[in-house]
Ligand binder design. Structure first.
Ligand SMILES: Cc1cc2nc3c(=O)[nH]c(=O)nc-3n(C[C@H](O)[C@H](O)[C@H](O)COP(=O)(O)OP(=O)(O)OC[C@H]3O[C@@H](n4cnc5c(N)ncnc54)[C@H](O)[C@@H]3O)c2cc1C
Length: 257
């Protein structure tokens, strides 16, 4: 089954091409050469040259099985958080301001500071088989998973913390309200990408209707009808200026298709 997706409406940054996407409706799907789309919260789709696919609603589930939590790849962070709260489950409070579907969050090792989706992961079920956490190369906002993630299994610990949830909300107070794809660049430790962008004078800078946020410079935001091309120009400009001035290479966290 195929579906046309308009990424200027579907993606969180509200920019991008209109593209055909194949819908994956069973765990036997194992076609080669497809780029998998989750909720498009970390994507900039600039053209329709890649073959895209995404999981169907059949992968939208969350259940307790023994002492584990089993979550389908198309389950949203919001649904996981609500389930955790309702069933008094610990360790998912950090998802409160991280949009996305489980597959995308595992692929990106999404997280907030030291709280990461991999912390309590046990295994994943993919189009290339089942892998335990110890078999998956992963680090800060990165994994080497190339297959489609159908499902993930997590340790089940009880004790949802409202205090932690509030702390995470507090930590995100300076997050821009305008459409974005989250952080544009990874922090090139020990530096902070936002500070470097600010120091080359790009905080609040715009090209067309895209710009680096005046609230948090590492957020590329859409002021309304901004295009993927404008976003690309800003990304290139920031990389060039930061490299010229500080000799630091900025690596995109946002994934450009
Ligand atoms: C306002 C805002 C705040 C954000 N804050 C944070 C934050 O604090 N921390 C953080 O880590 N991220 C943050 N992000 C980025 C984003 O939420 C995460 O990267 C999230 O993991 C993306 O999930 P997604 O489903 O939208 O994936 P997509 O953006 O659709 O895809 C991201 C990557 O995952 C891959 N992928 C998606 N689904 C699958 C699958 N089923 N199988 C295999 N690969 C798959 C894609 O191919 C792509 O490589 C933020 C984004 C926004 C808009």
């Amino acid at each position: 089954m195929k579906k046309i997706i308009d990424f200027s409406r579907f993606s969180s940054i509200k920019a991008g091409a209109m593209t055909e996407v194949e819908i994956i409706d069973s765990m036997s799907w194992n076609k080669e050469g497809y780029f998998i789309v989750g909720a498009a919260s970390n994507l900039l789709v600039t053209s329709n040259t890649k073959k895209l696919a995404r999981l169907s609603k059949e992968f939208d589930y969350i259940k307790i099985e023994g002492d584990t939590l089993v979550i389908g790849g198309a389950t949203s962070s919001g649904k996981i958080l609500s389930f955790a709260k309702k069933h008094n489950i610990a360790n998912f409070e950090f998802l409160s301001k991280i949009p996305g579907l489980l597959g995308g969050m595992v692929k990106m090792n999404a997280g907030l500071k030291e709280w990461e989706i991999f912390n309590h992961l046990i295994s994943i079920k993919t189009s290339s088989g089942v892998f335990n956490k110890s078999e998956i190369v992963h680090s800060y906002r990165h994994t080497q998973i190339e297959a489609v993630i159908f499902e993930a299994v997590f340790e089940l610990s009880f004790g949802y913390s409202n205090e932690l949830y509030e702390k995470f909300l507090q930590m995100r107070q300076n997050q821009p309200k305008l459409p974005s794809a989250g952080s544009c660049f990874k922090n090139p430790l020990p530096h902070f990408a936002g500070k470097l962008i600010e120091d080359v004078g790009l905080k609040g800078a715009k090209i067309g209707n895209m710009g680096f946020s005046s609230e948090h410079a590492n957020f590329l935001v859409n002021h309304g009808n901004g295009t993927a091309q404008e976003a690309l120009e800003l990304i290139d400009l920031a990389k060039k200026l930061v490299l010229d001035k500080f000799g630091v290479f900025l690596e995109e966290e946002i994934i450009i298709i």
